[in-house]
Design a protein around this ligand. Structure first.
Ligand code: ASP
Length: 313
């Protein structure tokens, strides 16, 4: 019985020079908590779907990460959260976008998958559905963090001064949380949740809720992405990784590298993925300075890392 779990807390890490040891400990502790939340379910024989939802909920509840509590702000100073789940064993999926009050967007995405005839619901209709099913809601203050508000102010100033995309520090560019898992019954699942990009246009939809872009799972692999969402959508990144595994017979690692370091890089898209295959192999490649990440592979090897110079896989 092989089980495995890989997760990310976003491909936009603080620059090393801006990271102090206390903050770094807090990030690593958040990743550990999320890893344990999901892995405990897998260890007890639970489903990959339950495991990825548990890991993502832990990260959504942690204000350090850009999802749920601690989400970034759009140009209008509002939070519009999005999330997705995919159950690879049934090739079933659910996603939500434009949420501002739902405490755990990933659970609403799961409810869309399980309790509606649709795959994606957005904005007021999604929040109405959340209220109807009794999903936990929170007031805007719950989701607010000064760090994200300051990031919006800096970003607006940069835009007003005609700054180029290259000038943005990565932690202001990126952030998202996600997990991919294999359970003891051989089922794969993926889940992703995000506040999106700082200063995004109101109504902008990123890759996270687009099934096949930022979130994908089938019988071969499960993938959750983080990075510049427009590129992940244009590359159909999650699905592309799976297609390479299926049609080219590539290993998960080779397929992930081809998309993250090959295709996305060629297009100019920064980011990374957390992926697991049906053999319990994990891959966590990224093409930027760092990616908050953690995993336990099918052989029980555990890793928690942030920067590039730490062991990648
Ligand atoms: N992929 C997310 C988005 O574009 C943000 C990120 O992961 O950095 O909305």
């Amino acid at each position: 019985m092989t089980i495995a779990l890989a997760l990310h807390g976003g491909a936009g890490t603080l620059r090393r020079s801006d990271m102090d040891s206390e903050l770094e400990r807090a990030y690593r502790a958040g990743l550990e908590r999320a890893l344990e939340a999901g892995y405990a379910i897998l260890r007890a024989g639970g489903s990959a779907l339950d495991a990825v939802c548990a890991s993502v909920c832990a990260l959504e509840d942690d204000p350090l990460f850009n999802a749920g509590r601690g989400s970034v702000y759009n140009l209008d100073g509002k939070q519009e959260m999005e999330a997705a789940v995919m159950d690879g064993s049934r090739q079933d999926a659910g996603s939500v976008t434009g949420l501002s009050r739902v405490r755990n967007p990933v659970l609403l995405a799961r409810a869309v998958m399980e309790a509606t005839p649709h795959v994606t619901l957005g904005y007021a209709a999604a929040e109405d559905f959340a209220a109807r099913i009794g999903a936990a809601m929170q007031a805007p203050e719950y989701f607010h963090t000064d760090k994200r508000w300051q990031a919006l102010l800096l970003e607006k100033e940069r835009l007003a001064n005609g700054g180029a995309d290259d000038d943005i520090p990565e932690d202001r560019k990126h952030g998202t949380v996600g997990a991919a898992a294999l359970d003891a019954q051989g089922r794969l699942a993926a889940a992703t949740s995000t506040g999106g990009r700082t200063a995004k246009w109101p109504g902008r939809i990123g890759d996270t809720p687009v099934i096949g872009a930022g979130t994908w799972a089938d019988a071969h692999c499960a993938v959750s992405g983080t990075g510049h969402g427009e590129y992940f959508v244009r590359a159909a990144a999650g699905h592309e990784i799976s297609a390479r595994v299926r049609y080219l017979d590539e290993t998960l690692e080779t397929a992930c590298d081809a998309v993250v370091h090959g295709q996305l890089m060629r297009m100019g898209g920064t980011g990374g993925v957390a992926a697991v295959d049906r053999l319990g192999r994990v891959a966590l490649p990224f093409n930027c300075e760092g990616m908050y990440r953690a995993s336990i592979d099918g052989e029980g090897r555990k890793r928690v890392a942030i920067y590039r110079d730490e062991l990648q896989r």
